[in-house]
Design a protein around this ligand. Structure first.
Ligand code: PGA
Length: 253
């Protein structure tokens, strides 16, 4: 089975005390994950080390960075390097979140550079794609997300691609309370998988975990995750509430 992943994206929220309490509360639920299930917490960078320590000894629980830079090191004030993440034993990083694309002008080409470096350091990227409302309204979402995959991922070998997790997040569903229906999610996930199959072959595309993101919460996680091509979720708002996220982890296939 593909890896099923409940990924929390805290974004720029929570003070360190609140973040620590949230992690403690979630870990206190003592959810035992099976070999194919992962819980990943993308925390703000100042908390990476503390959060990483908290997960010591927890099988299949991981900390992720929310971003990193495309250069190895040097005079890039304010940025976080992949080498820094590696030195903290961070094994996941979210790349290409729509907020990074929109507010920090991250292009598909720039994300390809980041992905190259992240794979070089053996860190798993959670690569986000997804269309804005105008594209969905125009009915061209399939072409739009295919281009995101083509321009950021198609230069990789099949072996490299298999080290990448994809998150489909329709922008119109992020933080809006408006979730894609489970049918819409399934339809797009199947499309993404067929785009990958066209380039890398079906056998390879069948191994890629594709998460859904956009207003996932305790009350809808089970139904969304139960879709055949949905392998868990990337969760913003609801990941900040312990009980919500506990239920979301428990909703994994
Ligand atoms: P949301 O955010 O769950 O608050 O919609 C999801 C995301 O941006 O990853």
């Amino acid at each position: 089975m593909r890896k099923q992943i409940a990924a929390a994206n805290w974004k720029m929220n929570l003070t360190v005390d609140k973040g620590e309490k949230l992690l403690d509360d979630i870990l206190a639920a003592g959810i035992e994950l099976s070999a194919d299930q992962l819980a990943v917490f993308a925390v703000p960078s100042p908390y990476l080390q503390l959060a990483q320590k908290k997960l010591a000894g927890r099988k299949n629980y991981f900390i992720a960075a929310q971003n990193c830079y495309s250069k190895k090191s040097g005079a890039y004030t304010g940025e976080t390097s992949v080498e820094m993440l590696q030195s903290l034993n961070i094994q996941y990083v979210v790349l290409g979140h729509s907020e990074r694309r929109e507010y920090f002008q991250e292009s598909n080409q720039f994300l390809a550079e980041k992905l190259n470096l992240v794979l070089e350091y053996n860190i798993t990227p959670i690569f986000c794609c997804g269309e804005p409302l105008s594209i969905r309204d125009a009915g061209t979402q399939n072409e739009f997300v295919a281009t995101q995959l083509e321009e950021s991922l198609f230069h990789f070998s099949a072996e490299e691609l298999q080290k990448i997790v994809i998150a489909y997040e329709p922008i119109w569903a992020i933080g809006t309370g408006k979730t894609a229906t489970s049918e819409q999610a399934q339809e797009m996930h199947a499309h993404l998988r067929s785009v990958l199959a066209g380039k890398f072959g079906k056998e390879v595309s069948d191994t890629i975990s594709i998460l859904y993101g956009g207003s996932v919460k305790a009350s809808n996680a089970k139904e969304i995750f139960s879709q055949p091509d949905v392998d868990g979720g990337l969760v913003g708002g609801a990941s900040l509430i312990a009980d919500e996220f506990i239920t979301i982890i428990n909703s994994l296939k």
